[in-house]
Each structure stands twice: as C-alpha cells, then as structure tokens.
Design a protein. Structure first.
Length: 168
C-alpha cells in the first residue's frame, strides 16, 4: 500500500530544496571577466569594454545584392519600426548619436594640433599651407557658403578654415 502522506511530504521536501537551490543559484554569463587581466592587451580591451558608451548597443547591417537606395531605406525603416514596436530596446535609431556628431567634429577641430604627428604635419598639412592652396580653399568656402549645405557650417569653417579635420 502507498503511503500518500509520506509521498507528498517527500515530494514537497524535494520541491522546497529545488526552490532553495534555484534561488541561490547564480549563473555568471560575463565571460569577459574570466579572461586573464595580467596581459596588457586584454586588460586594455576590458577597460574599453567597461567604459565605452557603445558597448551596450547593437548595429544591424542591411545590404542588398544590387544598388537600390529606395529599397534599402524602406528596409531600414521597417526594421527600425519593428524594433521600436517590440519594446525590447530602450532606444532605436541614430537620433541620439547623430546629434553628437557636430559636437565631436568641433572637438576634433579644437584639438587638431594634438592629432597630427610631425611626419603627418610635413606630409599632409604643409602642402595645404601654400598661398595658392589657401586662396583656392577660401574661394571654395565662399562658393560653398551660397549653397544650402552651408547652413550651420560657420562654426566649423571658423574653427578649421582649411578643413584639416577631414585629414583625420
């Protein structure tokens, strides 16, 4: 004869042990911290992963077998819409990052002297400093200022009239 009271007590006891075990169980999926940190390259990479603002972002690369910009834009729009609709992501799209690009470009122009080595200054920058090249660049700036593309470019032109940031 089966003692149902004893059987249910044993089942309840093991269920309780299972719940306690699962509550105490912690699975660490962070494989990055299991890497040896005494290697300089790995330690530097870990530092980048921990402190870089892009480490928690996903980029989706959409390509076509043929050149069709309209279809590519439609596909990107559909993917973006579906990602937003899923509710799985705090932010979808490039709006936040694209608003930082002008600030980054201005920061680059303010730090141009630090961004070139001596060899790069002689090879890339010095040829642009001849009177003819400067005159040509100034004429091009004046011509470009009459186009719609020049709206909002005054800060960039004032900070870097020769366009040296484009060499970076």
């Amino acid at each position: 004869m089966i003692n149902y009271r004893l059987l249910s007590t044993v089942i309840l006891f093991f269920a309780l042990l299972a719940v306690i075990g699962f509550a105490r169980l912690k699975i660490d999926t962070d494989v990055i911290h299991s890497l040896p940190t005494n290697e300089k390259a790995i330690a530097d990479a870990l530092d980048i992963f921990e402190n870089h603002p892009v480490h928690d972002e996903i980029a989706i690369d959409i390509t076509l077998n043929h050149d069709d910009l309209g279809t590519l834009i439609k596909c990107a729009g559909m993917v973006e819409k579906d990602l937003k609709k899923s509710g799985l992501f705090a932010e979808v799209g490039m709006t936040k990052i694209s608003s930082l690009i002008p600030e980054l470009a201005l920061d680059i122009t303010h730090n141009l002297p630090l961004l070139f080595s001596t060899a790069e200054l002689h090879k890339s920058v010095a040829p642009l400093l001849t009177p003819t090249k400067i005159r040509t660049k100034v004429h091009r700036i004046f011509a470009d200022l009459s186009a719609m593309d020049a709206i909002g470019q005054a800060k960039f032109i004032a900070a870097d009239p020769l366009g040296l940031k484009n060499l970076i």
